[in-house]
Design a protein around this ligand. Sequence first.
Ligand code: ZN
Length: 405
Amino acid sequence: MTTLSRRQWLTGIGAAALAGKVSPSRAGAEPAPQSQPKPKMHLELSEFQPKSMLHVAETKVPRSRFPVIDVHTHLSFTASHQNGVPLGEKMSYPAPPQEVLEVMDRKNIRTLIDLTGGVGEGLEEVIRKFPAAHPGRFLVFTEPWWERANQPGYAKFQAEEIERAHRAGAKGLKIQKVLGLYLRENVTAGPLVKVDDPRFDPMWEACAGLNMPVAIHVSDPEAFFLPIDRFNERFEELNNHPDWSFYDRDFPSNEEILAARNRVYARHPQTNFITLHVGNDAENLPYVSECMDRYPNMYVELAARVGELGRQPRTARKFFEKYQDRIMFGTDAVPHGIQTPQQIYGDELYEIYYRFLETEDEYFDYAPAPVPPQGRWRIYGLGLPEEILRKVYYENAARLLGLNA
Ligand SMILES: [Zn+2]
C-alpha cells in the first residue's frame, strides 16, 4: 500500500476512532449546545501509541524461577551474504562474550546457545571465543555449507562436515529459512531448492548418528505470505521491511514449506528437530499440536513468539500442559539487534519472557518497544506451575543436548 492510500484509508475509516474527537452516542442526553464542530484530527498509524488505562497487576520478574538454558540466540553471524545465502567462513560478532555474560548473570541464565556458528574456520573461531573460553556458559551450533549445495559430491561432503564440526565442538546443526526461501539451484539464482531435497538426507542422518539436534527455522509467520495491505495484521512490520514478505514471485506457500519439512521429520525419525518459533506456526497451535503428535522427534522453542502465544493464553496454556516435555526456552536474542525490537538481547527482553511464563499478569507488552513490533496487540501471562517451568527453562534442553542438569 502506498503512503497516499494509507492516508486516505486513515482519513476515511480510521481517523475518527483514532482521533478520539468523536462524541459517543448522545441518545437520551441533553442536546449539545450549539458550537463550531472541531475539525477531525489526522493521525498517522505509526504515531499512534495508546496507553492502556487498565488498572491490573504489574509483576516485575527480574530473575527466572529456575536457571535458564536459552536455546536460541545469535552471538555470531557469517559476515557475508548474497540474496539471503551466507557465503564464506568469515564471522562477525554483535558483542564480546563479557558483555553477554553480564546480562546472563543478572538474569539467571546458565547457558546460551549460539545457533549461527557458521562453518569451517569460522566455526572454530566462534568455539574458541565462546564455549572454550567460558565452559558451561555457551554452546555453538554449526550450519550447512549452503554455497556448495550445487556442487557434485555435496551430499557426502556435507555429512562429513557435520562430523568435522562435531569434533571441533559443535553441539547441533542450525537450519535457517535459507532452506526453502533463499537457496536456489545455482545457490543465489535459479529455482528454489525444496526443504525435503534428498541431497540433504545424509546430513540429517549424520546429526542423528552424532546425537546433534537440528534447530530448524523454515517458513515464516502466516502474515508474511499474504499481501501487505490494510487487512494484514502485521502491516506495519512488513511495510517497514518489505523484503520480509514472501507473498508473490516464485515463493511456495507456507503450507507447502511446512509439509516438506514434515516429510523430512518422517524420513529421519532418529534425528531430533528443535522446530524454532513454536514449530514455525505459533498462530496455528492446533496444527503444531497435530505435527507434535505425528512426529515424536519434533521439539519446539518459544523464540520471538511470546507475542503469538500470549494473545491466546488459554490455548497456549493447554499446549504447554500437553507438550511440557518437548518445549524449550528460546528468545532469538541478538545483542544490539535493533532491526527486531522483540529480540534485542538484554534485561528487558528476558523480564518479558519470565513474566509471560511465570505470572498471570494481563495485557502487557511482548517486546521492549514503544509500539508492538509484530502486530498491535498485547499479551497475557500463562502462570505456569513450577514443574512445567523447570522443564521449559532447562530440563528439556539439558536432556536433549546431553548436558548435566
Ligand atoms: Zn534466530
